[in-house]
Design a protein around this ligand. Structure first.
Ligand code: ADP
Ligand code: ZN
Length: 220
């Protein structure tokens, strides 16, 4: 089963994908995590990707798509894959369809997370990530049990560089609106989009969205 996470930055894609993969034994494939890992290791891919990521821009399609294609090949025997952060534009979505079709697969579900814009910026500022196991936390919404320490692996939590820069945050949200949001209609035409609202103002957080999603795909 192939599932795509859509939704702006800070809506909780990583958190939802993390819960679903843990509960179902699925694999979370986060392009942002792969890039960050390569940046911290100083690989050729990391050095190239960082030129774009540090400015809040998208990494060019040819780099991103071939990276995802390789990873999907490595994961071909997995029962479920959640794509978190890919595709990010129509070109990537079309390429993904081609790759999956050639393997006799398809995108099964798209989870579109919706969160009011005013909550999103605050969440990005309060986001902390584990550099080791990639778990995400939020200082207010779901803090780690011990402040600054990852619940899963004990590593010290960090703030992402691109979450500290107001200009990069604005840029990423603008790119989301113009390039990624059109994907919602692209997948709606295929009838596979499930919308999940996540908002603190109505006390509906990631775990509730996950339960609802599982209920809905089981009904189908
Ligand atoms: P966020 O969605 O919160 O910005 P991600 O971890 O998904 O964070 O991505 C971090 C950065 O990595 C993005 O701002 C972008 O520069 C790059 N990136 C991630 N996924 C893609 C993708 N599919 N295509 C191009 N660039 C990507
Ligand atoms: Zn960890």
């Amino acid at each position: 089963m192939i599932i795509i996470m859509l939704g702006a930055q800070g809506t909780g894609k990583g958190t939802v994908a993390g819960i679903l993969s843990k509960e179902n034994g699925w694999i979370q494939l986060s392009t942002g995590d792969i890039f960050r890992e390569n940046i911290s290791k100083g690989t050729e891919l990391g050095i190239e990707a960082d030129k774009y990521i540090s400015k809040g821009c998208l990494v060019p399609d040819e780099i991103t798509i071939s990276m995802v294609e390789n990873r999907l090949e490595e994961l071909k025997n997995e029962k479920g894959i959640i794509l978190d952060g890919f595709p990010r534009n129509i070109e990537q979505a079309k390429k993904l369809d081609e790759i999956l079709t050639s393997k006799g697969e398809k995108v099964d579900w798209v989870i579109n997370l919706e969160t009011p814009r005013e909550e999103i910026i605050e969440r990005m500022l309060n986001r902390r990530v584990c550099p080791k196991c990639k778990a995400t936390y939020n200082l207010k919404l779901h803090p780690s049990k011990v402040e600054g320490i990852c619940d899963n692996c004990g590593a010290e939590l960090i703030k992402r560089a691109d979450d500290s820069d107001a200009e990069a945050i604005e840029k990423r949200l603008e790119i989301y609106d113009t390039q990624t949001k059109p994907l919602v209609d692209f997948y709606k035409e295929k009838g596979i989009v499930i919308v999940e609202e996540i908002s603190q103002s109505i006390n509906r957080l990631a775990d509730e969205a996950c339960k609802d999603f599982m209920r809905r795909i089981q009904e189908n």
